[in-house]
Ligand binder design. Structure first.
Ligand SMILES: *Cc1c(COP(=O)(O)O)cnc(C)c1O
Length: 398
């Protein structure tokens, strides 16, 4: 059976050109970038090129503002713990985050809270957008960091980050953003957004897993997480993952080049899918902002359906989607993102994220639209709550 992959916010396939760019660094070009001989110099040059490619994608003014990490999780940890450790003695211990952050931010802040830091969670509206007045009101003299993700991985909502940037700058507070989902998908410029720290990850943009980057604005002093050799200008010790870095660089270059075409392609496919779902299936609601969203991401709650059951049933038809974030599935806790946008647990449990990628086609979307309604109906046929609702409707009570 042909499989249709619609879970690109969990991870993406490696672009063939990315793989091709990486291979030589597993073969002849295996040098350690710290070595002074020719093997080392080749590796160093490859890293320099990749650093420029990443800087270029996010509009950094200098490649020296980019450090390579093991991925989005490490970048988030580095940005937040690094700021906390460097500012706690001098300025304060208060951190502000949104309530819909990825666990890499959320749980890092929870850890810091146990160590005596104070963390304020902002409010979001029903679309998952933060309230700027609420942010202004949350700021204290002791606030050292604001961390608000650019686009949400579960519902796709894009935050008014440039406005947050203005507020942070006015108040002299560092701004970090987890941009793992927005980088490469929508135009993004660190100066326009006014961010000081930005996390990104290769495997969400058709690069390899286990490699990412943290943008650190020139002049921003934060502590390092990993101590050891003098790699990454003393900001991140450890022999560089040269093939991974080359892959991230290439993926960044391609993302920049293809962004407009991908955006249009994905927007039209998701709009077709959204319209089809809303036409064909009743008792369904779209989660996240209908327009201020990532071009590839849709999230729906299907009433009277268990999300996990829907995913398994769709998987048997060759359609791969997910409930919320890959990191929460497997747990019975409803997603904190869906809770924050006000979904009651029973509705949140029937939610599914559909995240498209550059290779998805209109035929695949047609197949999903042919398959999904009958799968949902079959599952609903097993729900006593649904039967009750149908009975009431028949009796004219609804
Ligand atoms: C995937 C993801 C991460 C984690 O990135 P890894 O490279 O998998 O560690 C962090 N934040 C968001 C929003 C993500 O989607």
């Amino acid at each position: 059976m042909k499989r249709i992959y619609l879970d690109h916010n969990a991870t993406t396939p490696v672009h063939p050109e990315v793989k091709a760019a990486m291979l030589p660094y597993y073969e002849d070009l295996f040098g350690n970038a710290s070595s002074v001989h020719s093997y080392g110099r080749e590796a160093r040059e490859a890293i320099d090129v990749a650093r420029e490619q990443v800087a270029e994608l996010i509009g950094a003014s200098s490649p020296t503002e980019i450090i390579f990490t093991s991925g989005g999780t490490e970048s988030d940890n580095h940005a937040i713990k690094g700021t906390a450790l460097s500012k706690a003695d001098k300025k304060g211990n208060h951190i502000i985050i949104s309530p819909i952050e990825h666990h890499a931010v959320e749980n890092t802040c929870e850890y810091l809270e146990k160590r005596g830091f104070e963390v304020t969670h902002l409010q979001v509206d029903k679309y998952g957008i933060i309230d700027l007045q609420n942010l202004e009101d949350a700021i204290k003299d002791t606030t050292i960091l604001i961390s608000v993700m650019h686009a949400n991985n579960e519902v796709g909502t894009i935050q008014p980050l440039a406005e947050v940037g203005k507020i942070a700058k006015e108040r002299g507070i560092l701004l970090h953003t987890d941009a793992v989902q927005s980088v490469g998908k929508i135009p993004l410029n660190v100066d326009e957004l006014g961010v000081d720290l930005l996390s990104l990850s290769a495997h969400k943009i058709y690069g390899p897993k286990g490699i990412g980057a943290l943008y650190i604005r020139k002049g921003t002093r934060i502590d390092s997480l990993l101590h050891g050799g003098h790699h990454e200008r003393n900001r991140r010790a450890g022999t560089e993952n040269v093939p991974g870095i080359v892959g991230l660089g290439k993926a960044s270059e391609i993302a920049k080049k293809e962004m407009e075409a991908n955006r249009e392609h994905l927007w039209s496919l998701t709009e077709k899918l959204r319209a089809g779902i809303q036409e064909e299936i009743e008792f369904v609601r779209q989660n996240g902002h209908p327009e201020q969203r990532l071009p590839n991401t849709l999230n729906f709650s299907f009433e009277f359906v268990e999300g996990e059951a829907l995913i398994l049933s769709l998987d048997m038809q060759g359609i791969c989607v997910s409930t919320g974030s890959a990191c929460t599935s497997g747990s019975l806790e409803p997603s904190h993102v869906l809770a924050a946008i006000g979904l009651p647990p029973e509705i949140a449990h029937g939610s599914v994220r559909i995240s498209l990628g550059r290779d998805n086609t209109e035929e695949e979307i047609n197949y999903v639209l042919e398959t999904l309604p009958s799968v949902v109906n079959r599952l609903r046929a097993m729900s006593p709550l649904y039967a009750d609702r149908m009975k009431k409707r028949k009796e004219g009570k609804l």
